[in-house]
Structures are given as C-alpha cells and as structure tokens.
Ligand binder design. Sequence first.
Ligand code: FMN
Length: 401
Amino acid sequence: MPSAQPDIWTPFTLGGGTIQLKHRVVMAPLTRNLSPVTSLTSRPCSMCQYYSERATDGGLLISEATPVSIEASGMPGVPGTFTDEQLEGWKPITAAVRAKGGVFFAQLWHQGRNTSSALTGGRIVSSSTVPITDAQFGWRGLDPRPFEAPHALTVEEAQATQQDFVRAAERALEAGFDGVELHAANGYLFDQFQHSNINQRTDIYGGSIKNRNRFTLETVDQVVAAVGADRVGIRLAPFGMFNQARGEDRQAQWTMLCEALAGKGLAYVHLIEPRFDELQSEAEKLANLDANNPLTALDLSLRPYREALGSTPVIAAGNYNAANMNDGIGAEHDLVAFGRYFCSNEDLVERLRSGLPLWHYNRTRFYGPFPDNEIGYTVHPERKTHKPGERIQFEGESLSF
Ligand SMILES: Cc1cc2nc3c(=O)[nH]c(=O)nc-3n(C[C@H](O)[C@H](O)[C@H](O)COP(=O)(O)O)c2cc1C
C-alpha cells in the first residue's frame, strides 16, 4: 500500500499530466561555463558524460541556463539555444539523458543588464536604464569596467524579446529537451521587470505590481502557445537579492504573479527558498532579512506562493540535503531541487536513496572555464585523499554559499 504521506521517492506527475516522474529529486540548473569559449555563440560539448551521469530513470534534470539570443548572453562558456550549431550541440546531450530514462528541461535565460557590450556584441538591455552599481562586470578577466547603463527596451522591443524565448523554446524541444524553464529569478531580465527598484517604467510594463509582472506573464503565454503548457516551467525567487534585486511589496507582487500563473496548466513553478542566496551564506541571508529590513513584514516561507499556485506543481530549491530532503513534501512543495550537491555527486540520487554520505562540493570549480575543465566536473581528484561526507577545504575557496 502506498503511504498517504508522500516523500521524495514517491512518483509524481508534472502539470498537464504528460510527464511522469519516478522520484522527486530534481537536478537544479547549474551554469558551469565549460562550453568552448572561442565563440560568443559557443555550443555545448563534452557535456554528455556530465548530464548522463546525473540522469536517472524518471528523474527530472534542468539544464544550466542557456541564453535565448546574443543580446541575452552575459558570460563566456555558456551554451545557448539560439543557433543551429547550438541546437546540434545539444542533441547528443539530450539523447544521452533520454537513454537513461531522464526527463530534461532547458533553462532559458536573458541576463538583461547583467552583461557587457563586449559580450553581447552590441547594446545591453533591461526594463529601464538603471545599471548595476555595486560591482564591476569582470568575469574571469573579461571587461573589468563598471556595469554599463542598459538601454530600456521599448514596448515593441520587449515583445520582440519575448519572441526570442518562443524561438529558443521551439529549438530546445527540437534539440530533444522535454520542456523549458523560464529563468525568472536571480536578478536577470524577468526580475529586472519585476523588481520596483530596477523597473522605473510608466508604460504597460511598469508603475504597478500588475504592470511589473506583465512582461513575465506575457512571455509565459507566448511560450505556452508555442510548445504547450505541460512543457513549460518557470523559476522564481520571491526572496532573491542577487544582482541588486531589492523590490518592494514582494509578498504582494509574487503572490499576484503566482495567482496569475496558477491557471495556466504549467508543468511546474520552481521557487527558491528564502534562506538561499547566491552570495550570502544561509546565516547571512537570514540575518539580512532581519528587523531592520522591510522584507521582515513578509512570511519568510514559500507558503503564500504555494497557496496562490493552487494545484500547480512546486519545486523548492535552496539548502536541501539528505537530512531535510523530505521536509514539506506534499504540503509546501512537491519536488526538491539540489544544486551544489549535484556538482560533486554524479550519483546523488542513489546516494540519497541508500543513505550514503555525499561528496562535498568544490566551490573553486563551480564556474569555468579552466585549462583543465574536467576537474571538478567529471573528474574529482580529491576522492583519492578524502572520504565522502568529509568537509573539504579546497585551495583558494572564498565564496560563502
Ligand atoms: C555552480 C552553480 C551554478 C548555478 N547556475 C544557475 C543557473 O544557471 N540558473 C539558476 O537558476 N540557478 C543557478 N544556480 C542556483 C542553483 O540552481 C540553486 O538554486 C542553488 O545552488 C541552491 O541550491 P543548493 O543549495 O542545492 O545548491 C547555480 C548555483 C551554482 C552553485
């Protein structure tokens, strides 16, 4: 008899009912910057082994973020979904995942203002002309200038950008992906429309919560119309602070967004836990959501969004591990995405299932490119000298998350 209370090993059907999963461990999208860097339109290579090792029968994987156009690009070594060459590059990778029985969604990305004209080969764009002010661009030695002020997309240009997502989604499915996830988190283009501190517009895409959500919702509708709702997911970060995302009225804004998404029959909505941040540790992030911060008025949980989404499946991500992986399943969310542990454990699903300890991740190898790209990717030299479960201090580690 199946137990009434689902856990991470309970099968699950994504929204729309066409995709059946045999367990609820999801591989989170993980940018690794290991595609060839010789071309801005670099296509994927050497990634078959990496993804197929992480694929399991009936398990969902979400690809690293893939730019939908050259204007959407913001890093070297990132495989896109906008050229024929990239499409061909993805085909053996999706085939390798499918051969293992895996379900594979491509994450579709537009970095918006978080790039450099040296990388887009032209203008950089956003909702408004507000640049990132607290940092220089500088990515592995590229373009160390301060961030440039972006061009504010006109309504027509914004709608043309939505079509870039449509074309990328069609290409992704043609390349063998089972679906696409719109990357509407972490301060990138969708967030640049959603966050009131970035979006200064007074037209149909700004000035109110409804208008700030419009660009995202219209894009979802366009992509759904092209490939079907059961092939579309979306990632949101209601508590995100990365890339200077500091919008007000968050709970109202993301609740309305989720209410609007609820009726669309999407495969899933992917939510990032409040405790997780791209730069801060869990302790730092939670401390920053303290009494002096306007965010404190919020419910610091994913519950309001889960409620607003009704029966739409929810993936939760952020600081999950073997000890807490079953927390909230069925109540607060349906599936659990793992990021960092999937970097260091190609057999993560089996390790979690059998209770084996997990290899610690090497932060210095999260983002390439490197002369020896495979180290920390498909080859893990520390396994000769350490044991799984051991907290390893890798040389040169500085990131705290
Ligand atoms: C190396 C690395 C690359 C990442 N790349 C992406 C990405 O491309 N898209 C995205 O939405 N999140 C990205 N993230 C965030 C993860 O998907 C995930 O939300 C985060 O790591 C929290 O999950 P964890 O605690 O299980 O690692 C990345 C995280 C890491 C560590």
